[in-house]
Write a protein that binds this ligand. Structure first.
Ligand SMILES: [Zn+2]
Length: 202
C-alpha cells in the first residue's frame, strides 16, 4: 500500500446529546467523529471547518489574556502593523491585520478576489495583539466557518468608525479605492474624510 492510498479524515469529536429511551433514563452525550476529508494541522488531522474552529479557540485565549494585560498597562504600545475592518458586500465584517503597508495592499487585493468589493471602515495602528483583542471582544459575532468574518451589529460598527484610518495606511487605502474603481466599484471610506487637514476630494 502506497501513501497515495491513505485519505485522511477529520479527527474532531462533536458531542451529540441522545435522549433516554425510558422516562427515568437521563440524556447522554455521545462522541461523534467528524470524518470529513482532512489535512494534518500541527499534531491533529482536521477538516477545513474544524481547523478554523480550533484557530478561533486559540485566538480567543490570546485575546482574553491580552485584554487583561492592557487593563493593567493601558499605555503599553501595540505590536507594529495595522488592524483593518472591512464591510463586505453582504454586510458582514472582516477583521484582519497586516504588518506593513505594502502587505496591506496585497491583503486588500486578495480579499477583493475572495469576497468581492468592500468598504473600508477602519485601519487602526496596531498589529496582531490589537487584532486578537478585537476578535475576542466580538467573538459572539464570529462566523466559525469563515475564519475572521463577523456578523455586524451597532456596537461593532460604531467602535470601528472611531478607529479611523491610520495616516500611514493611507497609500494602501487609496490604492484599493483606485483598484476597485477600475473594476466598476465605488468604495466607501467613511472615516477617511474625518481626518483633519485632508482635502475632501483626496
Ligand atoms: Zn471536521
Amino acid at each position: 500500500m502506497s501513501n497515495h492510498d491513505i485519505s485522511l479524515v477529520c479527527a474532531w469529536l462533536d458531542y451529540v446529546t441522545v435522549p433516554g429511551f425510558d422516562d427515568d433514563d437521563k440524556p447522554t452525550k455521545v462522541p461523534v467523529q467528524c470524518r470529513q476529508p482532512a489535512e494534518i494541522a500541527g499534531t491533529l488531522v482536521l477538516c477545513e471547518r474544524h481547523r478554523a474552529v480550533r484557530q478561533e479557540g486559540r485566538d480567543n485565549d490570546r485575546g482574553r489574556l491580552l485584554l487583561r494585560y492592557r487593563a493593567e498597562y493601558p499605555d503599553a504600545p501595540f505590536l507594529k502593523g495595522f488592524t483593518y475592518v472591512l464591510r463586505l458586500s453582504d454586510g458582514r465584517v472582516k477583521i484582519g491585520k497586516s504588518d506593513r503597508v505594502d502587505t496591506l495592499k496585497e491583503r486588500f487585493k486578495r480579499h477583493h478576489g475572495r469576497y468581492g468589493a468592500f468598504d473600508i471602515l477602519a485601519v487602526i495602528d496596531g498589529g496582531e495583539d490589537l487584532e486578537m483583542m478585537l476578535h475576542w471582544i466580538f467573538r459572539k459575532l464570529r462566523i466559525k466557518e469563515l475564519g475572521e468574518v463577523f456578523y455586524s451589529n451597532g456596537p461593532l460598527i460604531s467602535l470601528m468608525l472611531q478607529g479611523d484610518i491610520a495616516p500611514a495606511a493611507l497609500p494602501a487605502v487609496q490604492w484599493y479605492e483606485g483598484y476597485a474603481l477600475g473594476q466598476g466599484f465605488e468604495v466607501e471610506v467613511p472615516a477617511l474624510y474625518a481626518i483633519p487637514g485632508l482635502p475632501a476630494s483626496h
